[in-house]
Design a protein around this ligand. Structure first.
Ligand SMILES: *Cc1c(COP(=O)(O)O)cnc(C)c1O
Length: 390
């Protein structure tokens, strides 16, 4: 167990030390990367009782514990499991808390692979799935059924960035004994701590900002006291352990996540504001902008914004979207985000059932990287010119 940093300390101070316990490892600042399946026991009795800290590689190592401890500190959680991808960080808790005959409410603006998992696996396992409008607010109460066991939230919404009123949803769900999960990948625990707002289980695609360099896939799931035991049991039953080198790289990434996020935030807001004034842009979907319908909720609940937002082009369709993307020089065309480099993607919204999809034109999602903002602005201007001419 690492020494806990003062919870009153600043975010960067906590990030610099969370999860580290140098004196447990001969004073070396960073924990060792433990490659392990087998763990030896000193005698048959200890082996039979399994009464030692580590028993087998799938059940945790000093390396995974260092990251879990760091995440517990950042999330204010009772426990954290580390899993091989962000998508696994979504599927493990859902499998752990849902059974055949149960009902789950999932926000309609959810990360698409989460929807795919629900519509295929969960449905096949006999779980009833309902999608709800991200702007539902207190209306969530009417959607809760006697068999609703989980409300799955994500804010802001993937691609379209709707804000959800999490405390209101939590109050309604807890009134009916449903567990609330939140995919908090966009904000990271630096800008929003779901458990402080009553959420039971906080999900992070550590692939994004914690890793930060577009070279690692990893997920973390952090639970409050009430849900920790069941989450840990699901993690153990599924054998969803993560590789030690990847875990170490995420721990390394955490140390600089605060300073990276400051830059992502600043550049993204500057570009979002500039884009709002461009004639080729109908709307900018960034909750940190005063013009965003979810701005008040964002301001009330979040302490910052990361570097991912969308723009709605003023008119046009796929042809204009492709012209925009093809004209970009610095922005890469790729999925994922949270790395050091800027990315753009044409957002597909045909899966939406109840959430609003912008009608003015195609939606382009931008991940603002750590490049110089003037260069990124010039690149986006090239894209807008190309879209206008397409
Ligand atoms: C990327 C992402 C995930 C999944 O992470 P992977 O590591 O790529 O599987 C989950 N949720 C959100 C919101 C994401 O953006």
């Amino acid at each position: 167990m690492s020494k806990k940093t003062d919870p009153q300390a600043g975010a960067n101070t906590r990030l610099a030390h969370a999860g580290n316990d140098p004196h447990a490892f001969f004073g070396f600042v960073n924990p060792p990367v433990v490659h392990a399946s087998t763990v030896l026991f000193p005698d048959a009795e200890t082996m039979a009782s399994r009464k030692q800290k580590y028993t087998y590689g799938t059940r945790g190592t000093p390396t995974t514990d260092a990251l879990a401890d760091a995440m517990n500190e950042l999330e204010g959680a009772a426990g954290t499991v580390v899993v091989p991808s962000g998508l696994a960080a979504v599927t493990v808790p859902l499998l752990g808390f849902l059974s055949s005959g149960d009902h789950v409410l999932i926000v309609d603006s959810v990360y698409h692979p989460t929807r795919h998992f629900a519509d295929t696996m969960l449905t096949r396992l006999g779980v009833e799935v309902t999608y709800y409008d991200p702007l539902v607010g207190p209306g969530i109460a009417a959607l809760l059924q006697p068999n609703t066991k989980v409300v799955f939230t994500e804010a802001p919404g993937s691609g379209t960035f709707e804000m959800q009123d999490i405390p209101t949803i939590v109050a309604a769900a807890h009134g009916r004994d449903a567990v609330v999960m939140m995919d908090n990948t966009w904000a990271t625990p630096l800008f929003y701590r779901p458990l402080d707002h009553g959420v039971d289980i906080s999900i992070q695609a550590a692939t994004k900002y914690p890793a930060g360099h577009s070279d690692i896939l990893l997920g973390t799931v952090s639970a409050n006291d009430a849900c920790w035991e069941r989450l840990l049991a699901a993690h153990g039953a599924l054998g969803m352990c993560a590789a030690p080198d990847d875990v170490y790289q995420v721990l390394r990434g955490l140390r600089t996540m605060g300073v990276r996020l400051e830059r992502h935030q600043q550049s993204a807001l500057a570009l979002a504001r500039w884009l709002e004034g461009q004639p080729g842009v109908a709307r900018v979907l960034h909750p940190g902008l005063e013009s965003h319908p979810g701005h008040a909720i964002w301001k009330r609940d979040f302490s910052g914004a990361s570097g991912l937002f969308s723009i709605v082009l003023a008119g046009g369709g796929e042809k204009q979207a492709h012209a925009f993307l093809n004209a970009l020089d610095i922005f890469g065309l790729g999925y994922s985000w949270g790395g050091y480099e800027s990315l753009a993607v044409h957002v597909q919204l045909t899966d939406r059932k109840v959430a609003f999809a912008p009608q003015e034109g195609p939606v382009i999602r931008l991940q603002i990287g750590l490049e110089d903002v003037e260069d990124l602005q010039a690149d986006l201007a090239r894209g807008l010119t190309a879209a206008a001419g397409a």
